[in-house]
Design a protein around this ligand. Structure first.
Ligand code: SAH
Ligand code: SF4
Ligand code: F3S
Length: 484
């Protein structure tokens, strides 16, 4: 991919191909010429660091950014003391934003020490106009800002940023939305044996508390052929587990020219040799089909784990949240799933303190938690996101009431989680080894189909392999085992 280009002779965009991804490969080569020169000047490598906030989507995007950076000649390192730092941000709750602002001050101090340093911000937070305004006025040391719809344009943006480096100019490129999906760009994996795979982008559900549809745009599914081609090449490269990613995988394929269901896609993925485990995230209860349950129950590869966000157990609150299911529908879905797949792990997300939530509503949530018997539940305090319908609702719940409910919910979730996870004690399970244990020498950590973690004595060479492990002790949220 590496071409010599004399930068002084060229207008950056004039010679660039108009089509993607060819255009970005052109800019990758261009940026690489520049970074090679810089490396010679400095007599050292040029380093880059990506800090990722938020969900699996963002982590996947960061792997793409990393692949591109490496192609452009950067060496990725683990610290922010680098020549190029990217923060890939999240804005789902206020806390996420505060963390980014908090760390920008630290980045500024690093930039003062290293005149080569470039700082880029991208991700969901950048899709909010008030955030970009604030950055322009109070964080002018940032070099580059881009959003969620144009991460594939990183080579082009970096080529420009390298040109104007040192001129105190901020490059800003934010798109409101896009219907484009650019395939075939480089990507770097964190783990050699497992990988996330985007199957769709954006969200059309507009849950009334949630900012994601505003910052990630409308729902778009990737063509099944593109997904299967990517998974085949991952399998050829040693990947044994894939996690299919989307904000609501159950509505995958509905908008394609040749519509296909999520369950049909899963059946195709199942056929790919080398892939041993298939996971997916996230399932919206309103669209979970009987077809999916059947396909899961029959499959040898689809993991027996379902993340099924509840958000609230109160039908009244669920209506206000625009979730389009009620307590009864949710519980009957859980029953149906458990009937067909009896060893399934169910996990969920729950929000406490949605505007107008009463103690009675909250009791309904506790009731569902008791009945659904989650292995794990991620519990969140409601965070007001400006621009969403819920932010304008009256009756925001006082903080001390929310905190008290949150503590009670967490205690129940943990109690049930502990009981649930011990159900596999003294059985032998297939465990995919993920990493060497850092806290316990001579031990490795692996994951069961049901997403539970197992620690057992073993060599690092086991990483990426599936082994049979006898579960001897349950430590609450993980097991201690011994290889059979
Ligand atoms: N698409 C996924 C959720 C993505 S956001 C789904 O529909 O399940 C991940 C989780 O963040 C949500 O499930 C929700 O529990 C939580 N969340 C989203 N907006 C929030 C807000 N304003 N306040 C608190 N938690 C929120
Ligand atoms: Fe947000 Fe709802 Fe979309 Fe999930 S489905 S991302 S909670 S709007
Ligand atoms: Fe956050 Fe964006 Fe994911 S807002 S939760 S990183 S889609």
């Amino acid at each position: 991919m590496f071409n010599e280009i004399d930068l002084s002779q060229i207008d950056l965009t004039a010679a660039a191909p108009a089509e993607e991804p060819e255009r970005q490969y052109y800019f990758m080569a261009l940026a690489r010429t520049r970074t090679e020169e810089l490396k010679k000047e400095l007599s050292r490598p040029l380093t880059a660091h990506i800090e990722t906030f938020g969900c699996q989507m963002n982590f996947k995007d960061s792997e793409k950014l990393q692949g591109i950076l490496e192609e452009m000649g950067y060496t990725l390192i683990d610290t922010e003391e680098a020549d190029f730092v990217i923060y890939n941000t999240c804005t789902v709750r206020e806390n996420a934003n505060l963390r980014v602002y908090g760390r920008l001050g630290y980045l500024h101090s690093l930039k003062k020490k290293n005149p080569q340093m470039m700082i880029a911000l991208c991700g969901c937070m950048m899709q909010e106009p008030q955030v970009v305004e604030k950055l322009k006025t109070s964080y002018s040391f940032v070099d580059l800002i881009f959003g969620t719809h144009n991460i594939y344009k990183l080579p082009e943006l970096v080529s420009h940023a390298l040109e104007v480096r040192g001129e105190k100019r901020m490059i800003i490129d934010i798109w409101k939305d896009t219907d484009q999906i650019v395939e075939d760009l480089p990507s770097e994996r964190k783990y050699f044996f497992k990988s996330g795979v985007n199957i769709m982008f954006g969200c059309n559900n507009f849950c009334s508390y949630c900012i994601v549809p505003y910052v990630r745009g409308r729902e778009r599914s990737r063509e099944p052929e593109a997904i299967l081609k990517e998974i085949r090449s991952l399998a050829a490269d040693g990947v044994v587990e894939v996690m299919l990613l989307g904000q609501n995988v159950n509505s995958y394929g509905k908008t394609l020219k040749n519509p296909i269901t999520f369950a049909q896609l899963l059946k195709e993925v199942e056929k790919i040799d080398g892939i041993e485990r298939i996971r997916f995230m996230t399932s919206h209860p309103k669209d979970l089909s009987d077809e999916l349950i059947q396909v899961m129950a029959k499959s040898r590869k689809i993991c027996h784990h379902l993340h099924l966000p509840l958000q609230s157990g109160s039908s009244r609150v669920l209506k206000e949240m625009n979730r389009r299911y009620d307590k009864e529908k949710y519980l009957s879905l859980v029953e149906k799933i458990r009937e067909k797949i009896d060893d399934i792990s169910l996990t969920t997300d729950i929000i406490v303190g949605f505007p107008g939530e009463t103690e009675e509503d909250f009791q309904e949530t506790l009731d569902v938690v008791r009945k659904a018997q989650y292995d794990t539940a991620f519990t969140f305090i409601y965070s007001k996101r400006s621009g969403t319908p819920a932010a304008a609702m009256e009756d925001q719940v006082p903080q001390e009431v929310v905190k008290d409910r949150f503590d009670r919910l967490l205690a129940l979730v943990q109690e049930i989680g502990r009981e649930r996870s011990s159900r596999f004690l003294n059985t032998v399970q297939e465990v995919l080894v993920e990493e060497k244990q850092s806290s316990q020498k001579g031990y490795v950590t692996g994951r069961m189909m049901q997403n539970l973690l197992v620690h057992f004595p073993g060599e690092e060479s086991l990483v990426g392999k599936t082994v049979r492990v006898k579960l001897k002790e349950c430590k609450g949220f993980y097991y201690i085992g011994e290889q059979e």
